[in-house]
Design a protein around this ligand. Structure first.
Ligand code: ZN
Length: 312
């Protein structure tokens, strides 16, 4: 039986690579540069060369590899094709076909990077031991992934898990990057929290350590932990948007656990506690006690989840 697999996470600047045992043990990880010039033509040949070199270095034969899973920043069709990946300068790409040919027939499966990160957290991260979860990644934007029965829910149009674009405030007047108004991403991303903070600071009269000219999600949560009343208002507003949204997702998916990741989640347990208060207020009766936990794998979630794509 094949005992190894690879998890590859292709980002706009680097490709993260992991060699795993099929039980999920990470044996080796490394990075290569993502060469996006020329329409990103070199990316897959670079990935293939790096995998083949690693196999040679470790004395791993093709028969010992169950497959190569790949996460990409774009919509994925049938675990094989990528519709478009702007950050990689790719249009429609038959990723699995191309990479399998470059890897002498080793099986390749593909997933969207946010979805794949959710799968990684289910396998070896905050959701380990579960078979269903909703993951929300609070970074520059808000990403997400939904896993049901151990499988990624990609949806009919590749929009499954696009949690950041759930409308949580129809009265919002500013536009989201997607063109709609009132998206969760506008409230709960690193930039979204700063946006909420500036609105609150503009009308706030109480003394605060926060300064609207020089503010970040980290500064807001640090001030919150120190007991700053204005920071508490900002975090409360953020937590209400996110907790309410999780309540809605809970009614739809009813996962075993919610996992919160991304840079903003570095705020830790105080963030979880703030969100939990509103989740429990808004969630449907039978899923009010669903745990909300922090992600554990950090930047490695992508390689773990990609590897899991090729492990049954
Ligand atoms: Zn949006």
């Amino acid at each position: 039986m094949a005992e190894y697999c690879f998890g590859i996470d292709i980002g706009g600047t680097t490709v993260k690579c992991g060699l795993f045992k099929t039980d999920g043990e990470l044996c080796d990880k490394w990075e290569i540069v993502t060469r996006t010039e020329d329409g990103g033509k070199q990316i897959l040949p670079d990935v293939a060369a790096s995998i083949l070199k690693k196999m040679e270095e470790k004395g791993i034969a093709k028969e010992q590899v169950s497959g190569v899973g790949v996460g990409v920043p774009g919509p994925v069709i049938k675990e094989r094709e990528v519709s478009v990946a702007v950050n990689l300068h790719w249009g429609y790409t038959m990723l699995a076909d191309e990479l399998e040919a470059l890897l002498n027939g080793i099986c390749v499966k593909v997933g969207n990077d946010a979805n794949v990160a959710a799968l990684g957290e289910m396998w070896k991260g905050g959701g380990e031991g579960t078979r269903s979860l909703v993951m929300v990644t609070l970074g520059t934007g808000v990403g997400g992934g939904i896993i049901v029965d151990g499988k990624i829910v990609t949806g009919a149009h590749g929009a499954g898990g696009e949690i950041g674009h759930a409308c949580v405030d129809p009265s919002e007047t500013e536009s989201c990057n997607c063109g709609n108004k009132g998206c969760l991403e506008q409230m709960a991303s690193a930039t979204g929290i700063v946006r909420l903070a500036k609105k609150i600071l503009a009308v706030e009269t109480e003394p605060t350590v926060l300064n609207a000219e020089d503010i970040s999600a980290k500064a807001i949560f640090d001030a919150y932990k120190e007991g700053d009343a204005t920071a508490a208002k900002i975090v409360d507003r953020f937590a209400e948007y996110l907790g309410n949204a999780l309540g809605i997702f809970g009614c739809v998916v009813d996962p075993e656990v919610f996992v919160i990741g991304g840079g903003v989640s570095k705020a830790g347990q105080p963030l979880i506690d703030a969100v939990k208060k509103y989740y429990q207020r808004d969630a449907f009766l039978s899923c009010k006690d669903t745990p909300i936990v922090l992600a554990k794998l950090d930047n490695d979630a992508g390689i773990f989840g990609a590897a899991k794509l090729v492990v049954e």
